[in-house]
Design a protein around this ligand. Sequence first.
Ligand SMILES: Cc1ncc(COP(=O)(O)O)c(C=O)c1O
Length: 464
Amino acid sequence: MMEAAATNSPIVTAYRQKTAGSNKLAARAREVLPSGIVHDARRLDPYEIYVTHAFGSRKWDVDGNEYLDYYGGHGALLLGHSHPVVVEAVTRQLECGTHYAACHELEIEWGELIKSMVPCAERVRFTSSGTEANLMAFRLARAYTGKSKLVRFGGHFHGWQDHAAFGYDSHFDGSPSPGVLKEIADNVLLASADDVEATSKLLEERDDIGAVILEPTGASFGLQPIAPTLLETLRSITFKRGIVLIFDEVVTGFRVAPGGAQSYYGVTPDIATFAKVVAGGLPGAAVTGKKALLDLLDFDVAAAKGFEKISHHGTFNANPASAAAGVAALTFIRDNGACETASRQAAKLRGLLNQIFSELGVPWAAYGLHSAVYVYTNPDGDALDPRTFDALKYPVARLRGMKKGELVRKLRLALLINGVDVSSKPGGLTSCAHTDADIEQTAEAFRRALKMLRDEGELKQAAA
Ligand SMILES: Cc1ncc(COP(=O)(O)O)c(C=O)c1O
């Protein structure tokens, strides 16, 4: 059975009452899709909402309910849903064809835009997903350095391929998750982003490390923030030791700033991977980096220098529809301050939520960087002041452990009842389509959701 707890919960009952159409579709889905879903992060007990359409900051479900959306296409929608410049570009392209199995000008334009915006992007290779882009980044680094070991940080997510499929929300000891070869896991060294000293020592002492990869704002876009010095420390050691530094900018790219986290923080990696925003809401991703590294994909350089190139295919790499969306979105982001707008709205929401937590005596804190809003739900009910909450000082296990709890499940359901969709982290991302009125409406929805949780006995009081 899908539902974990019996439904004597008024929140679950109210959710079911509002979403009968979704319930029906979920039952049908479970007969064909494992767990009835297509992405693990979408699992929600008793069932997810089924959406029919979306525009700007909002989406609507099959029962006609309207939601302010903070899931944001898993981070892809910095411009919000169905942004007119993207819709226009993609519609125009669809009429001209979606796949030529041939070169087209948009792929050059898309690559040129990325090259002009992203500091490390001397060359660009397109893939279809962030998972693939990271896989290619690892391969490039290994082929370039001739070294087998890859250093990753516990909690940082880099897609679901074998090198990254453990150590982000389980298997923190580096053991392989089901289906992953031990031999692959043995070549991945999991470091702790909290322990800069131990990480530095690892990189200084071992001679078999080809690459280090991290999310440059910390795991899950700052859900677990990193010490501000970590990026520079890693840059300087990897430079000295000839290790390839990879920034996974799948979320941060074109969201933190038009040039990604690397331009915002002023630290340029050797390789950066992008997905989500880079393709304007359609499938698409890119590996970017130093020419010397991307040259490993180049037929002519390989022939001239006498090495075997890395082979790379991918039916939908830079397909015309994704390229059209990517060009439209990146041009808009470059010219219209979209990153700043989204970040400003997130800061506003964090501030309003903290005000509400204080007013209601709920010992929670809204925190986050840039366009992220996370809610620390304080599972142990410790005393905390949301105005001075510093996630860096909190145990990582607590920050990332929240999403598994019953409280967060009910918070999500209570927010959906009140017209707001957030992820199970719990939290969400703003877009530049979120208006001041949206942010205020969201804060009020939180107020109502908290009341529902309190009435149901789910809220711990702050410790005295
Ligand atoms: C930081 C990060 N890297 C990589 C990925 C994988 O990207 P994709 O889902 O496009 O394969 C994700 C996806 O959420 C991500 O958040």
